[in-house]
Design a protein. Sequence first.
Length: 329
Amino acid sequence: MTSHLTGSLASIKKGRINNPMGRLINGQWTDTSIVTSSNKGEYERVKQSFLELISDDHPQFKPESNRYHLYVSYACPWAHRTLIYRSLKSLEAHISVTVVCPDMLAHGWTFETQFPGSTGDQLYHQKYLYELYQKAAPQISTTVTVPVLWDKKEATIVNNESSQIIRIFNTAFNQITGNTDNFYPSQLQADIDQMNTLTYNAINNGVYRCGFAKTQDAYEEAVTVLFDTLQDLDTHLSTHSYLVGNQLTEADIRLVTTLLRFDPVYVTHFKCNIKRLIDFPSLYAYLNRLRELPAISSSTHLDHIKRHYFYSHHFINPYRIIPLGPKAY
């Protein structure tokens, strides 16, 4: 066992690790939970801090090859979206990538390399992701999340909101790559936006609202909405190949990263166990079709996914036992 893991387990036994995460307050790392809740015990996600775009018209951030760098976790469904887009839009040769360690403990995401597939910080050789945020904005108060789209030229964060990063990738670099595939076409945008709102509230964030609920009522409300929406999507997909229109769109890519984690993690870890995804025939068939796409299959790392959730959330899984199944995956 590595010294990192030994130290973590020793701290657990001594009761020192009460929050497996933290945040920056006035530029200083503070050991405090990022699981924020309403007075009803409902999980409330904190909004992101960096929301700039990249375009020819932007005064600072313009599309250039090898200027931007993506910090991701293979475990995180939000970061996973950006990796899928990076592949679909032929950006691998133009936007480099750092993969954090899946263990998110007292110092948040780290650049430790003991877990296979973790790369370390190739740009600045930092130890923790929060140090990158401090470099971009020394006095910032924020949660420290992935993905992060970093500007190597200006040494700052452009954007850390996945829904915006994927739209940047969708169009900003087309003249550089020659790839004009459009996953947010104008004629479908209203329907895509409507579907995104539905799936985000009920499913993408809905599984976290189940897992991080602090009251029975909050949990039951979230899990009911979650499974009602999964049933509606199963019915929809019994007669449609995609969520919107007759093509792969942003709506599908935003949903699939949650579906990939549903049976291996959310069913047990987040108590989303009314049904498994495999029990929804049309939805499961849809997932199996999408995960055969090279951009999705090559960016899906189940070892990172399971390790992160079951190991990092010790307040849910105090002995950090990682399940072996399910065999279907």
